[in-house]
Design a protein around this ligand. Structure first.
Ligand code: F6R
Length: 600
């Protein structure tokens, strides 16, 4: 979703900003822009489409040591050159970039900005006009900035330039992520450390409702009342090579291939000195005390939660409910007496999940976040964090984070069971090692995955995924992967549910991808496949060794049955990837989607 960068120092800022924006491309955007200031004034370049198009219109002759940049994912107003950021105030004195949603923008317009002519349809323009208005009324810029910010309701990450002071970037944040990066004789602003890793690995976290005055020598954090806040920087432990594609044509393929390695990293990260799986005692205590666990997540992370529920209920014997975050806030179920909330989020920044976290913290409940990003908002604001150790996930379609989420949930469930004295009839460490090996075999079988994609998905307009028990949840994830990157209408169903309505959509040659990895439902899912075949469907059965029959299209290497989702999802990821390639889709940056969904 929208991304922000800013630079102030001695070098020309244009290339630093553009490169920073390129690193934020993965978050998803539909237009981009930069504003840079030199002796002559502020120059704004913005364009609908990709950064490559923006590069084409930037005036190379402008050399400017201060600037801000933005990638926009439209919320208020269509994706267009006019609605792209940066936006300027009427007199052109102030220039702003903004992420988030200003919920009271219409009220602010009515109450403070009558008669002001707006150029765009964005909520953002209200902020910059408001600042100019307050400055025109006589307040100094910093005070005006703080006053304007205090009038905003909603989410925002903001960077602002003042044409009359080319030594300062004004920054503010509420709910949307934003960091300030520190350098020698320069400082930067970024939505995500990855964007500015090219120039620094030293960052300062910002808290909600803080403003920051950034010059090339200093970074001053203040509360909205002007009180100065001291905060030490941290080192962003990101390896620049982790965020490069290397020889891969797409990040998604690289990330699919990284899954065996991620499994092994997770096993290591969660082992103690005796090579036993271990989880921090505070987390175990919280798990032990809980009479019910509420898993909150969105999209792929929600699908991981559905599988995680099975791990926790089966092994640790704690009842679990799994909820879509965007529904939970408005439709909260009756909670148990001692609930524990688990937030699953690759990015740790998803606004829908964060809204629930804020709500449950207000109610006084404990929360654990399972995330890939240390220091992310959901991690900071929860009581406990378990990290995924998957390395940066850049492709919009989540792959390695999903299997990492499953592995961490499995470890959490198994260690909790152990702590409760519940003996499991298997040892999770060798079982996860077997999973890693099976993943490797599947990643090496790409040619076959490409064949399946060509055979079943090259021209179809829709596709169904069916499964029972754990396979149903993996089918949901398979369908999400396929639809988001190939734009094929795809739906996941419980095998037995299809005949209650959706079967009406089965026509001659409709592809139905069926998963058969669970012994206790093997015969039933095969019965469901027969039902769709009788109506003309083309079945593609993916089974697990030991359960296979002659009709199966692909047989997965055998792993512990409850861990099958970690393995059966790999062919679904690869099939989606190749289907998208065949259809000439932008695999890493599917249309209309964003990696980090920072608006509710
Ligand atoms: C799909 C996908 C999304 C995310 C969802 C939640 O491939 O990536 O469905 O899973 O937007 O994001 P996180 O996990 O960052 O909270």
């Amino acid at each position: 979703m929208c991304g922000i960068v800013g630079y102030i120092g001695n070098k020309d800022s244009k290339e630093i900003l553009l490169r920073g924006l390129e690193k934020l491309e993965y978050r998803g955007y539909d237009s981009a822009g930069i504003a840079v200031a030199d002796e002559q004034g502020i120059h704004v370049f913005k364009e609908k489409g990709r950064i490559a198009e923006l590069r084409g219109i930037v005036d190379e002759s402008v050399i400017a040591p201060i600037g801000i940049g933005h990638t926009r994912w439209a919320t208020h107003g269509a994706p267009s050159q006019v609605n792209a950021h940066p936006h300027q105030s009427t007199k052109g004195r102030f220039t702003i970039v903004h992420n988030g949603v200003i919920e009271n923008y219409a009220i602010l317009k009515r109450d403070y900005l009558q008669g002001v002519e707006f150029k765009s349809d964005t909520d953002t323009e209200v902020i910059v006009q408001l600042i100019e208005k307050i400055v025109n009324e006589g307040l100094a810029v910093e005070a005006a900035f703080r006053k304007a910010i205090s009038l905003l309701h909603g989410s925002y990450a903001i960077a602002l330039l003042d044409e009359q002071d080319k030594n300062t970037i004004y920054v503010a944040k509420n709910k949307s992520p934003l960091l300030v990066g520190l350098g020698t004789d320069f400082n930067v602003v970024a939505s995500d450390a990855m964007a500015m890793l090219q120039v620094t690995d030293q960052y300062v976290e910002l808290m909600d409702k803080e403003v920051v005055i950034v010059t090339k020598e200093d970074v001053t954090i203040k509360k909205l009342d002007g009180q100065v806040v001291e905060r030490a920087p941290y080192t962003a432990e990101l390896d620049a090579s982790d965020i490069e594609k290397g020889t891969y044509p797409h990040y998604m393929l690289k990330e699919i291939d990284e899954q065996p390695l991620v499994m092994r990293k997770i096993i290591q990260a969660y082992q103690n000195e005796q090579n036993e799986l271990a989880i921090h005692k505070d987390v175990l205590e919280a798990m032990n005390e809980a009479d019910r666990i509420y898993i909150i997540a969105c999209g792929t992370s929600y699908h991981a939660g559905l599988v995680g529920k099975q791990f926790i209920e089966k092994w640790a014997k704690i009842p679990v409910e799994v909820h879509v975050a965007s529904e939970f806030s408005y439709n909260m179920p009756l909670l148990s007496k001692k609930p524990l909330f688990i937030f699953i989020s690759q990015s740790g920044e998803t606004a829908d999940s964060r809204a629930v976290l804020v709500q449950v913290k207000e109610l006084g409940y404990k929360a654990l976040t399972i995330t890939n990003v240390p220091g992310s908002t959901l991690s900071r604001e929860a009581d406990y964090t378990l990290l995924l150790h998957a390395g940066p996930e850049i492709a919009v379609a989540s792959t390695k984070a999903y299997t990492a989420q499953l592995a961490v949930l499995a470890i959490l469930a198994a260690v909790t069971a152990e702590a409760k004295g519940i003996g499991l009839e298997f040892d999770l460490v060798p079982e996860l090692a077997i999973v890693a090996n099976a993943m490797e075999i599947l990643c090496d079988d790409k040619e076959e995955m490409e064949n399946i994609a060509r055979e079943f998905l090259a021209t179809t307009r829709n596709c169904f995924f069916i499964g029972r028990s754990l396979d149903f949840y993996v089918g949901l994830e398979g369908a999400l992967k396929l639809k988001e990157i190939s734009y094929i209408q795809a739906e996941g169903f419980a095998g037995g549910e299809l005949k209650h309505g959706t079967m009406a959509l089965i026509e001659n040659n409709t592809p139905v991808i069926a998963l058969a990895t669970q012994g206790h439902v093997n015969l039933s899912i095969r019965g469901n496949v027969k039902e769709v075949v009788a109506r003309g469907a083309s079945p593609c059965i993916i089974s697990m060794k030991g359960l296979e029959t002659e009709e199966d299209r692909y047989v997965l290497p055998e792993v512990h049955e409850t861990l099958a989702p970690l393995v059966s999802v790999i062919p679904l990821q690869l099939i989606s990837y190749y289907a998208a390639l065949h259809r000439d889709c932008d695999v890493d940056k599917p249309r209309n989607l964003a990696k980090s969904v920072t608006v509710e």
